[in-house]
Design a protein around this ligand. Structure first.
Ligand code: UDP
Ligand code: MG
Length: 315
């Protein structure tokens, strides 16, 4: 352990773990080796056992006995990575907090550069940006890229593929994230919401050390939907657009028929009249649903109790 009179900053490393008994020993070894080499900073590990069913909890208990810088919390069941990250950030005492996956896909070798960026270069946050998606599988890589393009457009937030949860943040940014009290948490959106100046360091995509990804296609779709719904009202516009289209089509149809009737070139059958009325009524209903949806969305935003503004610095 470094002599305490030399240490100034504390770095909290938050590690969400779900069935990571195979990856954790290597993760701990490699990451502590790098953290030990950082001058002027001490560190703590906060492992969040997200309801693992393997021997993750046993390993974390053992680790805590061996190394006083290691702490852990164990969830009563699997609550998901978002909940694990939130819990870890709340537990962290560090001046700087960094979130890392347990499978070494977030290279610990970046940590000294991240620390330099936030402690010396004046950035509020320094994130790792994964280059490419080798090892992810063609379909998954394609869908992920498409998701980030679509969600950035819909949410008007700059979310880019490769910019994940691997970031070292200053205390102010960490507190701002903790203070977003929403239950349905979508961390990539929250990072964008709280703002702050972020430096990006690129790293090569590497495959998991061991074990397998915890994300199925179903859970990824759920996560993607969560991201869009939590930060965008764009899906709500769909009934509004459909309603408007239906009303315009109904009106055009009625006008064409009226012109034909007046000029004596055609007539309106009973079915055509019904179609016209149905189009107009469906349109009105869809627009009513859109307006109701807007109110519900606004109410939903109120219940999230997001801060109205966040101060970065005071003079
Ligand atoms: N994880 C978690 N809870 C979950 C799923 C994953 O805490 O329900 C953790 C997992 O143990 C790992 C990190 O989140 O440390 C990233 O998970 P994974 O490697 O499976 O995701 P991928 O890298 O494939 O996106
Ligand atoms: Mg992984």
């Amino acid at each position: 352990m470094k002599p305490s009179n030399l240490t100034t900053d504390l770095i909290s490393v938050i590690v969400p773990c779900f069935n990571e008994e195979e990856s954790l020993p290597m993760f701990y070894e490699k990451t502590s080796e790098v953290l030990c080499s950082i001058e002027n900073a001490d560190y703590e590990f906060i492992f969040v056992d997200d309801g693992s069913t393997d021997k993750t909890a046993e390993y974390l208990k053992k680790l805590k006995r061996q190394d006083e810088r290691c702490r852990y919390i164990s969830f009563s069941r699997n609550f998901g990575k978002e909940a694990a990250m939130f819990a870890g950030l709340k537990e962290a005492k560090g001046d700087y907090c960094v979130i890392m996956d347990a499978d070494l896909q977030h290279p610990p070798t970046l940590l000294p550069y991240m620390y330099r960026a936030v402690s010396i270069e004046g950035w509020d946050c320094c994130g790792g940006k994964r280059k490419g998606r080798e090892g992810d599988g063609g379909l998954r890589a394609f869908l992920s890229r498409a998701f980030y393009r679509v969600s950035s457009r819909l949410t008007h937030m700059d979310m880019r593929d490769g910019q994940g949860d691997f970031r070292m943040m200053c205390r102010k940014m960490t507190d701002a994230i903790i203070n977003t009290g929403e239950y349905n948490r979508y961390m990539k959106g929250i990072f964008c919401f709280v703002g702050f100046r972020t430096k990006w360091l690129e790293f090569d995509n590497v495959e998991r050390t061991c074990g397998s990804t915890k994300w199925s296609f179903k859970s990824l779709f759920k996560y993607a939907a969560e991201g869009i719904i939590s930060f965008s009202s764009a899906p709500l516009r769909l009934p509004g657009l459909l309603g408007l289209t239906s009303i315009i089509a109904g009106l055009v149809f009625a006008m064409v028929k009226a012109i034909q009737l007046i000029s004596g070139t055609g007539q309106m059958s009973g079915t055509e009249l019904i179609i016209c009325v149905v189009m107009l009524l469906a349109g009105v209903q869809l627009i009513s649903i859109y307006i109701m949806g807007l109110y519900i969305y606004k109410d939903c935003l109120e219940s999230k109790k997001r801060p109205v503004y966040i101060i970065r610095e005071r003079g």
